[in-house]
Structure formats: structure tokens, C-alpha cells
Write a protein that binds this ligand. Structure first.
Ligand SMILES: C[S@@+](CC[C@H](N)C(=O)[O-])C[C@H]1O[C@@H](n2cnc3c(N)ncnc32)[C@H](O)[C@@H]1O
Length: 230
């Protein structure tokens, strides 16, 4: 491990991990908090992909599922869904919402890194806003576990902060500050190069900005990426 004025690389990584874990544990305590993704609407891009037949029902994993809004949508479209999230309160909320919507979904509380999906077991992996909250030292592992979990030709969908949506921290600042500061923004070129090492990137577009009454979640400071397992 390299030395750093603030501690070893491992110590710095552990510090950021525990701060982020605590942040999410508290984040969902107040369900009335004015947070854009505390609603029940599924992502606009997800609805578009399903309507267009680009992704079709099968075994799906929603990583960092939060209150379950996208998991519940996928279940309504006959996907067999597992949703995983670090936050106990998010998972409790997701379970309540799935029950109220009469959807059977396997919601798991924990980190994706401790609950690695079986190789080639999934027809669709979705991540709406989790990757941009991962500290840099998890990025490669994450992409490898996503790529390995997908069946050949299956899709990974991602929504992720564009540079203006994130904290603006460099990787080094993440470890100096001990936090990723509300999420990391990425350029489309960066996403293309990074995810292209693991998957075949089919498209990267800005998310459509939707109106509050559209029934779909959409914010234009996010990228939407669809990529396919080789
Ligand atoms: C911005 S929120 C998005 C929630 C949800 N996908 C949505 O769009 O409504 C990011 C979520 O990722 C979860 N998360 C962060 N790191 C995680 C990890 N290592 N494993 C599982 N979930 C994680 C957080 O607890 C949080 O609920």
C-alpha cells in the first residue's frame, strides 16, 4: 500500500467507505425530504427502453435501488427483480412500496460488493445513481462484477451525473476530504472509455428533463447509458 500524508491507501479507502455507508443509513430517515428521487416515478429512459423492446423481461438486478421505484416498475413489466441497497431504511421503504403495489421483489439490504451476483445469471442490470456515489477505489471491481453478472448479450443500464451534476471533486480530493461530496460527475467520453473496457457501449445520452406530472423521472444533469455484455 502506498503512503499518503493522511494515512495508508487502505485506511483512506476504509474512511471514505464508512462515511458513505453512514450517510446512506441516515439519508432515507425522513421520507418527506425534498429529494428528486424520493418519488415513485420510474426513470424516463427505463420506460423508453422497455416500451421500445430494447430490454425484455427476465432476471433483473437494480443496484442501489433506494425506495424501489425502478424495481417496482420492472416487476410491473414482468421482470423477476432483485433490488439491493446499503440503507436499511431505503429497503424498508422499498418493501412497503412493493407490498402496496402488490409486487413480489427480492429486496436485499447490503453492499453490492458483499452480495456479488452469480456469473452470467442476469438478463438486465440497472443502476440509477449508484455508480456515481462509489468512491474511485471501487470502480473497477464494480464494472467487473456487473460485466460478469450479465448473460452474454444482456444489457446494463446506467444513469449517472454529468460533470455539472456532481461535486466536482477529483479522485485525490475524495480521499483528502474523506467523502465523495454528494456524487462524482463524469464526462460522456470518460464513461465511454471506462465502461467500454468491460462492455460494449450502445449509447450515452443526456436524460430527458421531464415534468413533475409526466409519471416519469427525468433530470438533464444525468447521463443515461445502455451497454451490452460481449
Ligand atoms: C442516488 S441514490 C439512488 C436510489 C435509487 N436508485 C433511485 O434512483 O431512486 C443511490 C443509492 O445507492 C445506494 N448505494 C450506495 N453504495 C452502495 C453499495 N455499495 N451497494 C448497494 N447500494 C449502494 C445508496 O444507499 C442509495 O440508496
Amino acid at each position: 500500500m502506498n503512503d499518503h500524508p493522511l494515512g495508508t491507501t487502505l485506511e483512506l479507502a476504509n474512511r471514505v467507505d464508512s462515511i458513505e455507508r453512514l450517510r446512506w443509513a441516515k439519508f432515507y430517515a425522513d421520507r418527506k425530504r425534498p429529494c428528486p428521487f424520493f418519488g415513485s416515478d420510474p426513470d424516463d429512459n427505463l420506460v423508453e427502453w422497455v416500451n421500445a423492446g430494447r430490454i425484455v423481461a427476465g432476471a433483473a438486478l437494480d443496484i442501489g435501488c433506494g425506495n424501489g421505484r425502478n424495481s417496482i416498475y420492472l416487476a410491473s413489466k414482468h421482470f423477476s427483480v432483485q433490488g439491493i441497497d446499503l440503507s436499511e431504511q431505503a429497503i424498508a421503504w422499498a418493501r412497503e412500496r412493493a407490498g402496496a403495489n402488490q409486487r413480489t421483489i427480492d429486496f436485499v439490504c447490503g453492499s453490492i460488493f458483499d452480495n456479488v451476483p452469480k456469473p452470467h445469471s442476469l438478463d438486465f442490470v440497472y443502476d440509477s445513481g449508484c455508480f456515481h456515489h462509489l468512491p474511485p477505489h471501487h470502480r473497477r471491481n464494480y464494472a467487473e462484477l456487473v460485466a460478469s453478472a450479465l448473460k452474454p448479450g444482456a444489457f446494463f443500464g446506467l444513469t449517472c451525473f454529468a460533470p455539472e451534476g456532481g461535486s466536482g471533486y477529483t479522485d485525490e480530493q475524495v480521499y483528502e476530504n474523506g467523502t465523495i461530496g454528494g456524487g462524482l460527475g463524469y464526462s460522456d467520453n470518460w464513461l465511454h472509455d471506462f465502461w467500454g473496457q468491460h462492455l460494449e457501449v450502445a449509447e450515452i445520452n443526456r436524460m430527458n428533463e421531464t415534468s413533475a406530472d409526466s409519471g416519469r423521472f427525468g433530470k438533464s444533469f444525468l447521463w443515461v447509458m445502455l451497454a451490452r455484455a460481449r
